[in-house]
Design a protein around this ligand. Structure first.
Ligand code: UDP
Length: 384
């Protein structure tokens, strides 16, 4: 189809990410499928990225994520420097048909500020849209800058000015969904898993209290702030408590973690993560925020594990209540739902994932968005 897209993954982590990295994982999942569909991809990332692309550009040699622990006034130039490189690249050539941007706030602001002779832009919103009200509340990208969400529920929270730029939503995908309906079933254990960053929004405190009250084995997988292993957190000592997620862990979660019935295994990746989730009788999402995209939700389905969750954010869009999981508005009901979840067929979960959440499904949706964004932008000035 001859379309060239500059995919702006940003300066924070390499693509694919070395461990935890939601946005970089989306880019790593999307780009190979786009290229299969004939899209040329110029990847704007960091020098250490290994994802295959038609071309790459970078301002930084390595991911700048560790710098995010430093005060704002020391780090606020990083994303701007990266975006400066993107703008110079786009201005210096005439073959970029569209920029697909993933950089929170700075990407949108910078690309919108390029004015009418800038390229068509699709900016994917990966986060809670109640954030950045000053930027989103008065966004003016003209006909050229559009946004998409990762769920309808997420976009519903956007200020009107941001929503006016929206071309819709594309649910997140997982490579685990490819042929998920053909993989052999995995024997289920007794354990329940909570997979995600340990923080108040993800609601691990609800899970540990339920496990203590009802007595089921619970595994918490995920980092606490920047700490991926229990030993790392222990070694960091008191200064770690400057991080709000560490305080949440210390005060609300850790008192219930006995290392036997309720365990924290740190961040698990790759095969270990897949085995942990596939052998669980359910994954639990006791959410206390409006989950915008829910990668871990679609991964659970792809691995044949029913989802039990509070019906918040994107959960009702991703999980079919009674068929691939059980949802409730009332967190006191979660314990009953965990029992009932044994009646959900793992095959149903895997079939649904193979139908709805593959990288190919996501990539087709983005190609539709690219066409729409370019149509809405009208003739591009570079051709004049
Ligand atoms: N994850 C992981 N290991 C862990 C915990 C989480 O690999 O121990 C992954 C999880 O599989 C998912 C991502 O981290 O791919 C979390 O994405 P999600 O959209 O669920 O949550 P976010 O952190 O972006 O809010």
């Amino acid at each position: 189809m001859g379309l060239t897209v500059l995919m702006n993954a940003g300066p924070w982590l390499s693509v694919p990410p070395p461990g935890y990295g939601g946005i970089e994982n989306v880019v790593a999942t999307l780009v190979p499928e786009l290229r299969r569909l004939g899209v040329r991809v110029v990847l704007a990332s960091v020098g250490s990225s290994t994802l295959a692309a038609d071309e790459r550009l970078s301002v930084f040699a390595d991911g700048q994520f560790p710098s995010l622990q430093r005060p704002y006034n020391q780090v606020c130039g990083i994303a701007q420097a990266h975006l400066g490189g993107v703008v110079r690249a786009v201005r210096g050539r005439d073959d970029i048909d569209l920029v697909h941007d993933h950089v929170e706030a700075v990407g949108l602001a910078t690309l919108a500020a390029m004015g009418p002779d800038g390229p068509p832009v699709l900016h994917t919103l990966h986060w809670d849209l109640a954030k950045h009200p000053d930027l989103y509340g008065q966004l003016d990208g003209g006909d050229r800058v559009r946004v998409n969400g990762v769920s309808a529920a997420q976009l519903a929270r956007a200020p009107a000015a941001l929503r006016a730029h929206s071309v819709g939503h594309a649910h997140l995908a997982t490579p685990l969904a490819v042929d998920a309906d053909r993989r052999p079933a995995v024997e289920k254990g007794e354990h329940v898993v909570v997979l995600g960053r340990i923080n108040p929004g993800k609601g691990q405190e609800v899970a540990v209290r339920l496990a203590r009250r009802v007595g089921f084995p619970l595994v918490l997988a995920g980092p606490v702030g920047p700490y991926h292993r229990p030993e790392e957190l222990a070694a960091a000592g008191d200064q770690a408590r400057q991080n709000p997620d560490v305080r949440y862990w210390d005060e609300r979660v850790a008192p219930y973690v006995d290392g036997v019935r309720v365990r924290w295994v740190g961040t698990v990746v790759g095969r270990d993560r897949d085995d942990l989730v596939a052998s669980a009788r359910a994954t639990l999402f006791p959410l206390r925020w409006e989950e915008p995209g829910g990668t871990a939700v679609v991964e659970s389905l792809a691995l044949g594990t029913p989802v039990v969750a509070t019906a918040r954010g994107c959960l009702p869009e991703l999980v079919t209540h009674g068929r691939t999981g059980l949802l409730t508005e009332d967190e006191d009901e979660l314990a009953d739902l965990l029992v009932a979840a044994t009646l959900i067929e793992p095959d149903e979960c895997r079939q649904e994932a193979a139908r709805r959440f593959t990288p190919a499904v996501m990539a087709r949706r983005y190609v539709e968005f690219y066409d729409r964004v370019r149509d809405l932008a009208g003739p591009v000035l570079k051709a004049a």
